[in-house]
Design a protein around this ligand. Structure first.
Ligand code: GLU
Length: 479
């Protein structure tokens, strides 16, 4: 059994992949890998109205950007393809016929107008809207004739009356729904397309999926699926419904506002895929004594769905930021340079990149911080003159600046050592207050209170720019 583990992710190309979906995908991936099984990507594109252009390609791209891949799916044929539902319409149409034959499903000819009327009446009498089963008792022969004569129809599931539907969720144990609360679902739409419920069950069965790990928002669909498995006479796979992420403040479901929570948006902002995956691993993982920094290989070894918490957890941005920093600091300078390339603004002086990176590597929370942390290396700076003065006198600071300018001008071999030795000697000789003097100098050189180490920073600025900045400071305190 364990060699034939098959998991899947079945996204719809209706928008960007949410970080929560990527976290769920990782679990399906890891579980399949752990047991030498297969992870399948299936595209559920039966809702053509909600489909966005380029959606299928975007799904494939984002999975690969996260460094993951599928064993079977679009572009990777396998024995159970095609893996795009819109290419499988005949399969659904054929399979659903078997339900009609067995009396587990029925043709429904109700018009939109009739359904709207029924709904209105139900709402008026404070009933939850549901199909009133008008066509459920039509004579099957008569129904077939109406279909043959070209009448428009849908196919509905004949939900059994008065039954309990129970399934086991790996995180929650047994879950029971009463069949009387389940509508006679549409399985096949009038345009010949299957609904999600029909397609998902047929595909999971035909693709031999053993474990379905998906977002907990699908729990209420699961009894419908279980009914379908039973109606077909198929074995029910194992379910695990993964809790959704809450907002970073722990309040409410992490909202779907476009771009902000998409899996792509985090990479676009300079979170490393490795850090994101690590974050997904530890969020809601109830395994005790587990290190927080964990590689994909370790995770694959350790992962068990039953170790997942069934409670929703907050998308702890602080932890993510910390992890991202950990992963950024692990990079060699060459790797960092490669990864940060797309975040370097066009006007940044390229020749300084290799020098600047070691200075900011420690301070990057995301790669996207590059611009903010390095602006002063090349762009004009501005700051309030009183930052230079603090408690010192204008005269005092002016003397300091003039002396440093003279010193900088005199340096022949431009280097950190020359800067450091010269400036430190000067400070000692003059007995200037150390804290005040170096803070003043940092502000004058960069316009910022917090920067990478001062002498290294000055070296990268270069003699000319540094002198300009010191003169700018002098002008500021004079005026
Ligand atoms: N197509 C569904 C989605 O977009 C799949 C749900 C499931 O995994 O069954 O999430």
């Amino acid at each position: 059994m364990m060699n034939s583990i098959r998991t899947r992710m079945a996204p719809s190309p209706t928008g960007e992949i949410h970080v929560g979906s990527m976290a769920t995908l990782l679990k399906n991936y890891a579980f399949a890998k752990k047991y030498g099984g297969q992870f399948i990507l299936r595209i559920e594109d039966t809702d053509k109205e909600r489909e966005v252009a380029g959606g299928v390609k975007a799904i494939q791209e984002i999975i690969r950007r996260y460094g993951l891949d599928w064993d079977e799916g679009p572009g990777k044929d396998g024995p159970y393809g095609p893996y795009i539902q819109s290419e499988r319409l005949e399969i659904y149409q054929k399979e659903v016929q078997s339900l009609i034959e067995k009396g587990e499903a029925y043709y429904c000819f109700c018009s939109k107008e009739r359904l709207a009327e029924v709904k209105e009446q139900q709402l008026a009498s404070k009933q939850p809207p549901h199909y009133d089963r008008h066509c459920r008792h039509l004579d099957p022969e008569e129904a077939k004739q109406r279909v043959a004569s070209g009448e428009s129809y849908v196919i509905r599931l004949k939900v059994p009356e008065g039954e309990e539907i129970t399934f086991t969720d790996l995180l929650r144990g047994e879950i029971t729904f009463h069949s009387d609360l389940i509508d006679d679902q549409v399985l096949l739409k009038s345009d010949g397309y299957p609904t999600y419920h029909l397609a998902v069950v047929i595909d999971d069965h035909l693709m031999k999926i053993t474990h379905i790990m998906r977002g907990e928002e699908w729990i209420s669909s699961t009894p419908k699926h279980v009914l379908l498995y039973k109606a077909f006479g198929w074995e029910v796979p194992v379910f695990a419904h993964i809790p959704v992420f809450l907002n970073p403040d722990g309040k409410g479901k992490m909202s779907k506002r476009k771009g902000v929570v998409s899996a792509a948006s985090f990479l676009d902002r300079g979170y490393l895929p490795e850090a994101m995956l690590n974050f997904f691993m530890i969020l809601g993982w109830a395994k005790k004594d587990q290190e927080e920094v964990i590689s994909l290989e370790e995770y694959i070894r350790e992962f068990e769905p039953s170790d997942l918490s069934s409670n929703s957890v907050a998308f702890d941005l602080q932890k993510l930021n910390w992890l991202n920093g950990v992963y950024i600091r692990k990079l060699s300078l060459e790797e960092l340079q490669k990864k940060i390339e797309s975040f370097v603004p066009a006007d940044f002086p390229r020749e300084k990149l290799a020098q600047v990176l070691p200075l900011i590597q420690e301070r990057l929370v995301t790669l996207g911080d590059f611009t903010e942390l390095t602006k002063f290396f090349y762009a004009p700076i501005s700051y309030e003159a009183n930052l230079l003065l603090k408690k010192s006198s204008v005269e005092g600071v002016r003397e300091q600046l003039e002396q440093v300018i003279a010193l900088i001008k005199s340096i022949k071999n431009w280097s950190v050592e020359a800067l450091e030795v010269g400036i430190r000697n000067l400070q000692e000789k003059k007995d200037w207050h150390k804290g005040q003097f170096f803070m003043m100098l940092r502000i004058a050189a960069t316009g910022e209170k917090a920067t990478p180490p001062l002498f290294e920073t000055m070296e990268v600025l270069g003699q000319d720019l540094l002198l300009d900045r010191l003169h700018q400071a002098l002008d500021k305190i004079k005026s």
